[in-house]
Design a protein around this ligand. Structure first.
Ligand code: SF4
Length: 325
């Protein structure tokens, strides 16, 4: 029988019509959402288990708005394009921007489809091709200044334990790797993904494991997640969070203060809050730099320094993230 998390992962809603129905949004309130069974390029995707965290009959719910297809997505704008960061791959699936680390798109699959995702056009592959993987491993072996590997995607933790173990075992053969960082959204969507077996795999690594969650609103946090985070912390895993600043979802000082405090309560430190990457169809999520700075100034008055996420912006074609102060 399939593991529980895999069952939950495959029980999904994949279109607006069903999402509107299951969240009991009235016809009147759903006018701004697209009624279509499937959206060809980047379909709606949200597991039924996660929908339980959406308030019924609330078309402004901050979780719902991250995953429902809004009609505004169809509006085109010159400043918004398909590859807003101009990501360049040295080997298919691998980006080497910073001297000490490489980012590997280990899979294109995610547990959810966030409507603002800047990689929404690179979601076809289920996992990296082996021929590319071996090239990547050889590249890292030759470049001894690389001491950190970032698994990203997609969501690396949608891969099953067998596949993850396979990739991690290859990394273990590279002595200069000190850190494996895993960018993931699934552990907040489906906390059951943190299985005993996964913890065993991660705890057997000699390098340090850093898990960076992607949580945008405190409504996404549950007691189940807290219990799983405790298990990860017990084996010495560092937990950080990154959010995206999103209009009508979390662009408010009180919401962000609550988010930082809730993250800290469950053992995760706020790390980054990103300004939106201008991917096509996402303009309605955008918060201006000026407004973002004001919000950060406000939250700084109520939060200790270590609970204030760094406001950042990736710039098209540039190698480094820009910190906004
Ligand atoms: S989980 Fe991350 S990679 Fe996946 S759709 Fe959301 S933002 Fe994009």
């Amino acid at each position: 029988m399939k593991e529980l998390w895999l069952q939950q992962l495959s029980n999904i809603i994949n279109n607006n019509t069903d999402l509107i129905k299951i969240t009991q949004i009235t016809k009147q309130n759903s006018k701004s959402f697209l009624y279509r069974k499937k959206n060809i390029n980047f379909n709606v995707k949200i597991p039924v288990i996660f929908i339980k965290r959406i308030e019924k009959n609330n078309h402004k719910d901050p979780i719902l708005l991250q995953f429902i297809f809004h009609k505004k997505e169809l509006i085109t704008n010159k400043k918004y394009n398909s590859n807003p960061l101009n990501e360049q791959f040295i080997i298919p699936g691998m980006i080497h921007k910073y001297k000490n680390r490489v980012l590997i798109l280990i899979t294109g699959i995610c547990a959810v489809h966030c409507r603002y995702c800047f990689r929404k056009n690179t979601k076809q592959i289920s996992s990296i091709k082996l021929c590319h993987w071996y090239k990547i491993i050889n590249y890292i072996k030759k470049n001894k200044q690389i001491n950190e590997i970032i698994f990203s995607g997609g969501d690396p933790l949608v891969l099953n334990d067998y596949k993850l173990n396979f990739f991690i075992n290859d990394i273990k053969t590279i002595s200069h790797i000190k850190v494996l960082r895993i960018h993931t959204r699934i552990i907040c969507i489906i906390p059951e993904r943190i299985t005993v077996n996964l913890i065993k795999i991660l705890s057997k690594c000699k390098f340090h494991i850093v898990i960076v969650t992607h949580i945008n609103h405190s409504n996404e946090i549950t007691e189940e997640l807290f219990n799983k985070i405790l298990l990860l912390k017990k084996v010495g895993i560092t937990l950080l969070n990154q959010s995206v600043l999103l209009k009508n979802i979390n662009n408010n000082d009180n919401i962000l203060i609550k988010l930082s405090n809730s993250l800290f309560d469950i053992g995760i430190l706020p790390y980054y809050i990103h300004l939106l990457d201008k991917v096509e169809g996402s303009k309605h999520f955008n918060v201006s730099k000026k407004k973002a700075q004001k919000i950060i100034q406000k939250i700084s008055l109520s939060l200790s320094g270590f609970l204030i996420p760094k406001l950042t912006k990736d710039i098209y074609g540039k190698k480094y993230k820009k910190l906004i102060v």
